[in-house]
Design a protein around this ligand. Structure first.
Ligand code: SF4
Length: 257
């Protein structure tokens, strides 16, 4: 990961930590901790669920093939989200938290870290600036994907699926219907894998998210793609949940803007 300096230059994590002009060292340390993990190379792509259920598969493609420098303010949003996750998860027995699941398909795998399955409920926690009127489609799909990834015995114990939003001022709980969306995950993963192999981005899925997309200029042809076209899918990293955010924990809070 690179850091986008206020002077618009791009810095490595080490350079940013060494400089520390933006914030005092303890704050810099909090923001940069765990951001310098080396990406693992794998023979088979492994996509986090959030990559496949997000609003735009083309954005996911660019997330994987373009390196975008992050401003420190954005790292604070991620760090704060992780802290809220951990704060809530402390109230749930450890064995019921961060449940790892993996779906294996011929050309790729799908990884899921479920926030919690506890006392008859599957929980998906979201930190957000503003609580939505209804859960976002991508968040409903994410929770349903986790439900689909449970084995039969685990699914039988889930009576409800809850998506819970936390803002700085409020908490809101939504119940979403149970649904098996494994065919959807497989179809999205196949499109992404094929796009990476062909070095051709999937079609645009335009929506409100375009206003916040780091790849908008490349997507609409205002800027050239920078990714190395000789890169093969086997050079791509293991994609943990929300891996663009490079969290220290396996799963990072979703950034809602
Ligand atoms: S600008 Fe919009 S359509 Fe293009 S990659 Fe980003 S989210 Fe997708």
């Amino acid at each position: 990961m690179k850091i986008l300096c206020p002077d618009k230059s791009e810095k490595t994590i080490e350079e940013c930590a060494e400089c520390a002009k933006c914030f005092p060292k303890p704050i810099m340390s909090m923001l940069l901790k765990g951001r310098n993990r080396k990406k693992k190379l794998n023979s088979k792509p492994r996509y986090g669920v959030t990559r496949l259920v997000g609003n735009c598969l083309r954005k996911t493609y660019y997330d994987l093939t373009e390196e975008v420098a992050m401003p420190l303010d954005k790292l604070w949003i991620f760090t704060r989200g992780t802290a809220i996750h951990e704060f809530v998860q402390k109230e749930i027995p450890e064995a019921d938290n961060e449940i790892f699941k993996e779906l294996i398909f011929p050309n790729f795998n799908v990884l899921g870290f479920i926030d919690a399955v506890h006392d008859g409920a599957l929980y998906e926690f979201k930190t957000t600036a503003n609580i939505p009127q209804k859960p976002q489609d991508a968040h409903i799909l994410q929770a349903q994907a986790y439900y689909s990834m449970l084995d039969e015995a685990q699914r039988a114990k889930v009576e409800k699926i809850l998506v819970i939003y936390f803002s700085m001022h409020k908490i809101k709980v939504f119940e979403v219907p149970a649904r098996n969306i494994i065919p959807y995950l497989e179809a999205r993963g196949a499109i992404l894998t094929n796009s990476i192999e062909m070095k051709t981005p999937p079609k645009r899925e335009e929506g409100y998210i375009c206003s916040y997309c780091e790849h908008k200029d490349i997507c609409f042809g205002h800027k050239l793609s920078t990714h190395n076209l000789s890169r093969k899918s086997e050079d791509l990293p293991v994609l943990s949940e929300s891996s663009a955010q490079e969290p220290k924990t396996p799963k990072q809070a979703t950034l809602d803007v």
